[in-house]
Ligand binder design. Structure first.
Ligand SMILES: CC(C)(COP(=O)(O)OP(=O)(O)OC[C@H]1O[C@@H](n2cnc3c(N)ncnc32)[C@H](O)[C@@H]1OP(=O)(O)O)[C@@H](O)C(=O)NCCC(=O)NCCS
Length: 360
């Protein structure tokens, strides 16, 4: 019996996700896809296909909520070494017993959080519930010892993007000591180093510990470039800035297609030594311009509340707030007391599902 159940309500059973086939979850996932489309202009079907494969393999840790034999909601997590990432939670809103969507999601999350916090191997839990509005599940996470960070989802109408002098500024880049070009496979390794350095001491590395080391940043790149969990990586729209003297990467913008006509910025960073001279703005405008030229209608991104410099940059380029959501982090007492050391994990060992519903 869960906390919301009244004596006359049919019981909501919370059961192990691994006992359920992909087909029994399909109605829930289809309803979720509609909400992703309405709220975020995001076609969630590629992520669902990936999820369904994991479900059919019966390997995904998580729970389903079942009422009278019908699956009403689900939640899942993935493990990366000693960290667990709660990938998603979603419930239908047509329970026969009158359980609300939020009640079902809360019950599912309570079970998953309890499971993870009582697993001796789990020292850290992260979650970014992109679809769910800010504050919806925050109280539950806070009550379970998590820190909660508000994040903002912004988007830009590419048909109205202000790119008047982008071409001239690109032409002047060699004088500033930089070369601009589209992403190449060989950028993978240097991009991992750039990201780890760009996020040193940054709020976002509190939320996502992959940013704290080169190996973690490579794992982040692996997830966004080689798997469709956070859209389909678009090398043509993704650009890098190379320092002409050293050949080192000085900045990058990475984009993924999340709907036929919509792209999402999964990463933007500029090396600390090169900041404040308009390069971040230029990279974003170059990506926007190339996407507009290919007929894309929208470009979206997320930014953490408090990353004011980045948010101001996005607003100047024309991005507007569309939605806000929460990122949650919990560390076990043991991990909090241990000296901090970068993850020794091999790059690329993370689950491809780590970025389903966890875009940057
Ligand atoms: C956010 C980030 C990408 C911005 O890159 P940047 O190259 O410094 O950005 P820009 O120079 O285009 O704009 C930033 C500042 O430079 C100023 N600027 C813009 N064009 C300029 C120019 N031609 N000459 C001088 N200054 C300029 C802007 O007014 C802005 O000023 P501010 O300090 O008041 O904010 C960079 O700080 C970064 O990598 N941060 C760490 C990672 C991160 O936060 N990424 C975003 C996650 S959502």
């Amino acid at each position: 019996m869960n906390a919301f159940a009244q004596p006359e309500m049919p019981p909501l059973e919370i059961l192990d996700l691994r006992h359920f086939s992909a087909s029994s979850l399909r109605p829930v996932l289809e309803a979720e896809n509609s909400v992703w489309g309405e709220r975020l202009d995001w076609d969630y079907r590629a992520s669902i296909r990936l999820l369904l494969q994991y479900l059919d393999a019966r390997v995904l840790p998580g729970f389903v909520a079942v009422e009278n034999g019908r699956v009403l909601g689900y939640t899942f997590c993935v493990y990366e070494d000693r960290k667990a990432v709660i990938g998603d939670v979603f419930a239908l809103d047509d329970s026969e017993g009158g359980y609300t969507q939020t009640e079902i999601e809360t019950t599912l999350l309570e079970h998953l959080i309890a499971l993870l916090q009582n697993s001796p191997g789990v020292e850290r839990i992260e979650s970014q519930l992109l679809l769910h509005p800010h504050a919806l599940h925050a109280a539950l996470f806070r009550a379970s010892g998590f820190s909660v960070y508000r994040r903002i989802f912004m988007d830009l109408d590419l048909r109205a993007v202000n790119v008047r002098n982008t071409a001239e500024r690109v032409k002047r880049l060699p004088e500033q000591g930089f070369e601009l070009r589209t992403w190449q496979d060989s950028d993978f390794q240097p991009a991992g180093s750039l990201i780890a350095h760009a996020y040193e001491g940054h709020l976002d590395s509190t939320i996502n510990d992959q940013y704290r080391s080169v190996s973690g940043s490579l794992r982040f790149l692996h997830n966004i470039i080689r798997f469709p969990g956070c859209g389909v990586f678009d090398a043509q729209a993704s650009h890098v800035l190379v320092s002409r003297g050293t050949g080192a990467l000085a900045g990058l913008v990475l984009c993924s297609r999340v709907r036929d006509d919509v792209q999402h910025v999964t990463q933007l960073c500029i090396a600390a030594r090169a900041r404040g001279s308009g390069l971040g703005t230029l990279l974003l405008e170059v990506a926007g311009r190339s996407l507009a030229g290919r007929g894309f209608a929208k470009l979206s991104l997320t930014v953490t509340g408090g990353n004011d410099r980045a948010a101001a940059l996005y607003t100047r380029v024309g991005f507007r707030d569309q939605h806000s959501f929460d990122a949650m982090v919990w560390t076990s007492l043991r991990a909090a007391q241990a000296p901090t050391s970068p993850s020794k994990a091999e790059a690329g060992r993370g689950s491809s599902l780590a970025h389903v519903a966890e875009p940057r």
